[in-house]
Design a protein around this ligand. Structure first.
Ligand code: FES
Length: 138
């Protein structure tokens, strides 16, 4: 199995790892295929993600995809964060081995779950279809 240089970079030195004590939205998801878990914390001000951190009990690919996914949504409006697909994340990492694609869904799902948590906590209406999850393959 071959990892791209970008995957190795983000795995060895992942960005945005940890926990936000004052998070506005928290998402926790598990991967049905391997049982690994991802927890995502979002700080949200005026619909903008001002800070994000994640913790995972996942493999190298889950760590690398979450690292780059959190970089991609930081400073972005929620509407943009909700559009982030695991496919875009995998592309940003210059690809993942096919057997590891399922690992990349954890980040996307956890971000969506955290935004949904924020909406629920604040009584903000949303379209449930935005939170339906599809696994995108290459
Ligand atoms: Fe579980 Fe990669 S093997 S997230």
């Amino acid at each position: 199995m071959e990892y791209s240089e970008k995957v190795m970079e983000h795995f060895v030195n992942p960005h945005n790892v940890g926990k936000l004590e004052d998070a506005d939205g928290i998402g926790e998801v598990g991967n049905a295929k391997c049982g690994d878990i991802m927890k995502m914390y979002l700080k949200i001000e005026n619909d903008i993600i001002t800070d994000v951190k994640f913790n995972t009990y996942g493999c190298a690919s889950a760590i690398a995809t979450s690292s780059i996914a959190t970089d991609m949504i930081k400073g972005q409006p929620l509407s943009e964060a909700l559009k982030l697909t695991n496919k875009a994340v995998v592309e940003a990492l210059d690809g993942l081995p096919a057997v590891k694609i399922h690992c990349s869904v954890l980040a996307e799902q956890a971000i969506k779950a955290a935004v949904k948590d924020y909406y629920d906590k604040n009584g903000i209406e949303y379209n449930p279809a935005d939170f339906e999850f599809e696994e995108h393959h290459h």
